[in-house]
Structures are given as structure tokens and as C-alpha cells.
Design a protein around this ligand. Sequence first.
Ligand SMILES: Cc1cc2nc3c(=O)[nH]c(=O)nc-3n(C[C@H](O)[C@H](O)[C@H](O)COP(=O)(O)OP(=O)(O)OC[C@H]3O[C@@H](n4cnc5c(N)ncnc54)[C@H](O)[C@@H]3O)c2cc1C
Length: 370
Amino acid sequence: MNAEVIIVGGGIIGCAAAYNLAKNGVSVLVLEGSENIGNGGSTRNGGGVRQSGRDPRELPLVMYSIEHIWPQLSDMLDTNVEYYQEGNLRLGSTPQHQKILTGLADSAAAHGVDVRMITGDEARRINPYLSEAVTCASWCPTDGHANPLMATMGYYKMARRLGAHFISGEKVVELRKIKGAARQVVTASGNVYEGDKIILAAGYESRFIASTVGIDVPMQQVLLETLVTEAVGPMFWQMLGTADADFYGHQTEHGSFVFGLNSGLEPYAKPGKPLSSSIAASAACRGIMHYFPDLANIKVVRTWAGWMDACADHVPVISKVEEVPGLILACGFTGHGFGISPAVGLVLSQLAMEQETAVDLSALRYDRFQ
Ligand SMILES: Cc1cc2nc3c(=O)[nH]c(=O)nc-3n(C[C@H](O)[C@H](O)[C@H](O)COP(=O)(O)OP(=O)(O)OC[C@H]3O[C@@H](n4cnc5c(N)ncnc54)[C@H](O)[C@@H]3O)c2cc1C
């Protein structure tokens, strides 16, 4: 099967790129290695859509997404992606936290983000469930959260409705060049697909696939864990985080709280299937109860884990490749690719269509490590 653009990986990045291409009448084929679309980080993540605490090289992508895409996304995709733009509180309780948060807030503000430091009392006026332990916070009123499963599936369904083809259970093992340009995509089942452009959006596995045409993106696979609680009545809608990044989360539309966790042991996780440990949820719950005592009696109903594609310098590679014309890389999202995914899908389609991109991508080039 041939297509103008072949996308490797059916996560939110691949699905968003497919949607934008199909909308422009480009023929698209998405090859997903697992049996299920969105089986990677895209449907396992914490749903944060934040500018605060983000590397300046990535900020234009999230600012574009928040200004131009997230507020319209439910209508665009005909799917409720449960986007709430109710702000982000990043919490602290020590002078060291104050220092960390002030540094992050100053850096973001210098790049045009509306984020500022507030006192513990000001934070409690925004979120009355916060304990007296909170002495400082950064506050970004334009940040928010969305439902990762709904957003990924929304992009997938609308891309299909617009004519994009998806094949799941089709694991890509090799790219091949013809006359010097990336052209063929070979799968484990022996099928060979041909495209004018190939977008590589297969998370960490992109490293091995890119290596078949001699390109290396320095990435590691690192575990991230999440928990979800039983549903309770509405309490608050802000996205939450902490100075130490030991937990982050929000209350979802149907009442559950979803918290991303960090125990510090993630780099030592066993390779293979991503499994949640017995340590991270209990460690994070102690932190959550310290800041939100009213959540102490809400039951945790499930934990899960997912891999992130951690890039050497913690920001993604979103780039054409000069040595391999036709190849476009979109990987290394380092645990924060969900919030920027609407703009990433757009710019990937623009790269594939040889158009000027809506956001300058020069800081995210593949050859920056040289
Ligand atoms: C627990 C957790 C919490 C997170 N929290 C947040 C958050 O709050 N905010 C935020 O912005 N980001 C968050 N992230 C990160 C975010 O989920 C990712 O950056 C984003 O989903 C990346 O999307 P993707 O499409 O590149 O990757 P993926 O969703 O991993 O998609 C890659 C796809 O490629 C497929 N694939 C792999 N190998 C092959 C192959 N050989 N052939 C074909 N297909 C292949 C995979 O099966 C997968 O479906 C979190 C991630 C995790 C795991």
C-alpha cells in the first residue's frame, strides 16, 4: 500500500499529524505496532496542558496549542476532550521550594507566559482545599488539563473520517532509502509500504527505527506512573503540581482524581511491559495528603505505568533530516508531549507538505547534539 505520507506510531502525535494531513487532502497511512491505537504514553498520561515549568524551547508549541487549538479541539474533533483551562498551581512548603518555583516562574514570565509567585494564603483563596503546609506557589491562570484518552481517540476518529488509513498490529522494523531518500517502510510481518514522506512518531522505539537509516536520536526509556481515585463530587478544576515534581494531577470531569507520581526510582524500572510499583503510589499519596488533607479518605482504585521517551536534553526532536530527505522525526517528548500535541500535529503536517511551520522549530532540530 502506498500513501503520500506514512506515519509510524499511532499515539497522539501520529494521530494529530494524520488528522492535519487528511484535513488538507493528503493521503495518509498510519502504522501502529501494537494492537491498539494510543497504547503508548498517549492514553496513560496525567493530562497536563501547561506552560509553567516548561523548557523555553518547547514553550512556543504549548502557547500556540493553548491560544489556537485546545479551546476549539472538542468541536474540531467532534469529541469532548474535557479541556479545562482553570490554571496551574505549583505548590511549595519550604524556602528551597520557593527558590525552585521562583526560578521557574521568572523563566516562563521572561518568555511571555502569565505566571507569577503567590503566597500560601493567595493559593488557598484559589483552592480552599489546600492545607496550611503550603507556603508558596506559582500560579499560571491560562494552564489547564484535558482527557488524554478522549483527545487521542478524537484525533484518531476524525483522521479516519477525513480519509486517513490506520493499520494496527503492524510493527515497523526498518526504513529503506530509494535514490537517497526515505521511501519504504518495512514491517515485522514482511510488508513493505511506500510513501513520499515518512513521519517517525513511535516514541522511544523511534531510536531503533531511525538507526536503520543511520540516524541516532539520544533517548532513554524511563517509567512514569499514575493513579486514579474513585469519583467524588466536584472539588476544584486547577491542574496541580509541586516544586519537587513528586506528584501532579487534577480532578476529572466525572469526579475521579488522576495523579501522576514520582518516587525517584523510575530510572531503575525493569525493561519490558511498563508496570506500576508498590512504592510510587504510596509515596505520592503521603505528599498529596500533606497538601490536600480532604483527599485522605478517597480510595485509589487503580495505578498504571507507561514509558516516556526521555531525550538527552529533555525536549523533543521535531525535525526534517538533511541526510535522509523525506524523513521527519517526532520523538523524545520526555514526558510532556501531551500538552503540545495539537501544535505538534499541525507543524508535522506542515513539514510534510513543505509549508512554513506555524511555530519556529529550529531549537528542536535533530542535529543539535552535534
Ligand atoms: C504516566 C505518564 C504521565 C504523563 N503525563 C503527562 C502530562 O501530564 N502532560 C504531558 O504533556 N505529557 C505527559 N506524558 C507524556 C505524554 O504522554 C507523551 O509525551 C505523549 O503521549 C507522546 O505521544 P507519542 O504519540 O509520541 O507517543 P506514544 O503515545 O508512546 O505513541 C507512540 C506509538 O508508537 C507505537 N510504536 C512503537 N514502536 C513501534 C513500531 N516499531 N512500529 C509501529 N508503531 C510503533 C507505540 O505502540 C505507540 O502507540 C506522560 C506520560 C506518561 C507515560
